[in-house]
Ligand binder design. Sequence first.
Ligand SMILES: [Zn+2]
Length: 265
Amino acid sequence: MCIRNVIIASLLLAVMVISGCEATKRTINQINAFPVSDDIKLGLQVSQEIASKPAEYPVLPEQSNQEVYRYVKGIRDKILSTGQIKHRSAFKWELKIIDDDKTLNAFVTPGGYIYIYTGLIKFLDSEDELAGVLGHEIAHADRRHATRQMTKNGAIGMLGQAVLGNKNAVGQVLGSLVGLKFSRASEEEADEYSVNYLCRTSYNAAGAAGFFVKLQGKGGAPPQFLSTHPSSGNRIVDIKTKAKNLGCRGSKRNVLEYSKIKAKL
Ligand SMILES: [Zn+2]
């Protein structure tokens, strides 16, 4: 993650980590000082910043990878069509794959620009697992976690500058999105909504748990970006419990189709 203003970024990070520790399911910040239109503007600024840094964010060209894009966007569209996405038509929901096999990550900007790394696609084993991750990212954008959290953290001035296109501020917002510095409460809510979305598809609704199950199977410490998050074990239990409580019936995993797509990367 590239941050130009290290001091301000460190302060911002410290505030976010602290808020992450204090947050619980009940205390997620509902107040948002920004109108929805600012999420959209901010997303556009951040997506332009990403496009201007191909060395750091090598986007997989869509033209020469049409089948892979069609497949991943098809999963996204199933989630967007569940009737559960409040900002379905207002947000962009643009999806780009970042060609970086070493990075296990996915992130979303405010306003719904979704980025998923080839490293994560290759790490997962089935379509429902990827659907779970996409549902999680879509929830972060649709629930407006970034602007809500920055409202709570008092980063309104900085975010306001980013909305207006201040390069330094845009870079900082991007850095915190890539570094997955959402609060614990936001992460729990994104997991919960992922189940809620998938429950209205034919997929196994607990698909998002697959990522954490695989991480545990790998042994060792979780990647650094997960270290301030709720523990993998808790998240697996929470996701599966939610799917059970909602009475989700879907069971589709599409392991074979998924492996064919992975082979194209
Ligand atoms: Zn997240």
